[in-house]
Design a protein around this ligand. Structure first.
Ligand code: NAP
Length: 506
């Protein structure tokens, strides 16, 4: 694979070994397209399931749906598997699909530069240079921790960390802990945190809608049946998928769908929280579905434990020089509402930087244009996958490819199928590269705006990571059904693409 100048030449270079990168690699390998590498900056595969090791981490999409359709797993131990079981599944995918030889771990992309002359990508990494005909960006959208502006956080005298960078070396037993945020991560963390800490303060900026989760272990008989008859796994998956798809009606603000869903969540709140004052503070002030709906059977119970308090305003600052500051810093956390809390540990379950992926600052397309510049007004791509001026580059799990109501893995598989079709098209077209036209991107984004316009994600009166904070446009989410995404990407035609030829021959 080396060209003799220390440069490794491959057909496809995949950046990131999470669900998307692994899925792409499996499909290339299964088709006998062996000329590819997957570079991964960490020392292990698994993406979000490698990074998120907080107590209680698990998936809120049922595992038989949140797994590759082409690698069903009859052995899922429960309806909603824990993080480490999903991580083990991904590692097994890598080992059993023969991806290990293609993996370059501890290998971070430094810069990728497109060359019109060669019709190839030059990719510099921390472990050498690559030349690739095609580049697949699979770095995820929930991989860069977001640390909110909390004044004097650097002067906090205790320890603090982000939920996706869990510090397992610090025991929380007997500690006073502040949990910042009430999103999908926080509500999984709180019950475990409350079991160890002596005091917990939950800083809530917005109350979430919570539905019962209904998790349970699969019995041995069920697992044996799944293993003996793969058809039962497929049937279960189909059922789970159809059930999730039915959730779209509420997101499109259809009646009575949205009313029934809202009522279910409010009934769950009423049944779980008898105190009207606390219930009022836990009642969202925006429409259901605008932010991701959360699923939990133990969040409300944990909030009502004697040593747990809900602070209904965000953490604003750490006290400076108020008398609580020793040589080691202050332990007084002050909420926006003015109340102060003495704390030993802060856990920031404050989400991820998803609208401005940092990798976009390292990729240069035609005329050396930076992807970050191309996306300076928000991410945009044709078919949620290709970007004008960045030939033979495919972004998985990037713009408009997330779902608020169904499985991300289905979306990834759809995009992988699209990339494979593009590679097949390129191979038979006689061209060396495909560059999507600017008009195709604009037209696709116009369709996204139209689809999103009346949905709860735009009209629901909340802020969320689904939308770009600069423009308010829905740039992360596919604002329609999962099925319609697959239909839309099912046929790859070259018409939206300029066909390029390398200028330098030989
Ligand atoms: P998130 O949904 O973005 O939630 C971040 C939370 O931090 C929000 O409640 C936010 O409040 C709050 N926050 C930010 N700054 C704050 C401050 N200064 N004080 C108080 N609160 C503050 O992040 P996440 O919970 O990590 O989840 C991100 C995504 O990851 C989810 O939407 C989901 O797609 C995925 N996820 C999935 C699972 C799963 O089981 N499948 C589990 C975890 C995460 P606002 O709401 O007001 O912004």
């Amino acid at each position: 694979m080396s060209d003799g100048a220390g440069m490794t030449a491959v057909d496809v270079l995949i950046v990131g070994a999470g669900f998307a990168g692994i899925g792409m690699g499996i499909q290339l390998a299964r088709r006998g397209r062996e000329s590819f590498v997957i570079i991964e900056q960490a020392e292990d595969v698994g993406g979000t399931w490698r990074d998120n090791r907080y107590p209680g981490v698990s998936c809120d999409i049922p595992s038989h749906l949140y797994s590759f359709s082409f690698r069903p797993n009859p052995h899922w131990s429960r309806v909603f598997a824990e993080g480490r079981e999903i991580h083990a599944y991904l590692r097994a995918c890598v080992a059993e699909e023969g991806l290990e030889d293609h993996l370059r771990l501890n290998c971070a992309l430094s810069e990728a530069q497109w060359s019109d002359d060669d019709a190839r990508w030059l990719v510099r990494t921390t472990r050498g240079d690559f030349s690739a005909a095609s580049l697949v960006i699979a770095t995820g959208r929930l991989s860069e921790p977001k640390i909110p502006l909390i004044k004097n956080l650097d002067r906090f005298g205790g320890r603090w960390w982000h939920s996706a960078r869990w510090n397992a070396k610090v025991s929380l037993v007997g500690k006073r802990v502040g949990l910042i945020g009430t999103g999908a991560s926080a509500i999984q963390i709180l019950p475990r945190l409350a079991a160890e800490a002596s005091e917990v303060v939950v800083f809530q900026r917005s109350a979430p809608y919570v539905l019962p989760r209904g998790d349970r272990e699969y019995s041995r008989e069920e697992m044996e049946r799944f293993a003996a008859d793969p058809g039962t796994v497929t049937a279960l998956r189909d059922e789970l998928f159809a059930e999730a798809e039915r959730g779209l009606g509420a997101r499109q603000r259809r009646h009575p769908d949205i009313d029934l869903l809202r009522q279910r969540a409010l009934d769950h709140l009423t049944a779980s929280v008898p105190d009207p004052g606390l219930r009022a503070r836990l009642t969202p002030d925006y429409e259901i579905g605008c932010k991701r709906i959360l699923f939990s059977d133990d969040y409300y119970a944990a909030l009502q434990r004697g040593h747990v308090r809900l602070e209904p305003t965000p953490l604003a600052r750490i006290a400076d020089g108020s008398g609580n500051v020793g040589a080691s810093g202050s332990r007084t956390a002050i909420a926006a509402g003015g109340s102060s809390h003495e704390l030993d540990v802060l856990v920031l379950a404050t989400g991820f930087n998803s609208t401005r992926p940092s990798i976009a600052g390292h990729i240069r397309g035609r005329r050396s244009r930076l992807l970050g510049e191309e996306w300076s007004n928000g991410m945009a791509a044709h078919a949620s996958t290709t970007v004008h001026g960045f030939p033979n580059m495919y972004v998985l799990d990037g713009p408009n490819a997330a779902l608020g109501h169904n499985s991300a893995i289905y979306m990834i598989e759809t995009q992988v199928g699209y990339v494979l079709s593009a590679l097949d098209h390129l191979a038979t077209s006689g061209a060396d590269a495909l560059d999507v036209t600017a008009e195709a991107v604009h037209s696709y984004m116009r369709d996204i705006d139209t689809m999103a316009r009346d949905t709860v994600w735009v009209q629901g009166g909340c802020t969320s990571w689904y939308r770009d904070e600069r423009t308010g446009r829905v740039t992360l989410l596919w604002p329609d059904s999962a099925t319609s995404f697959r239909d839309r990407l099912a046929t790859f035609t070259g018409v939206s693409y300029e066909h390029l030829h390398q200028r330098r021959h030989g």
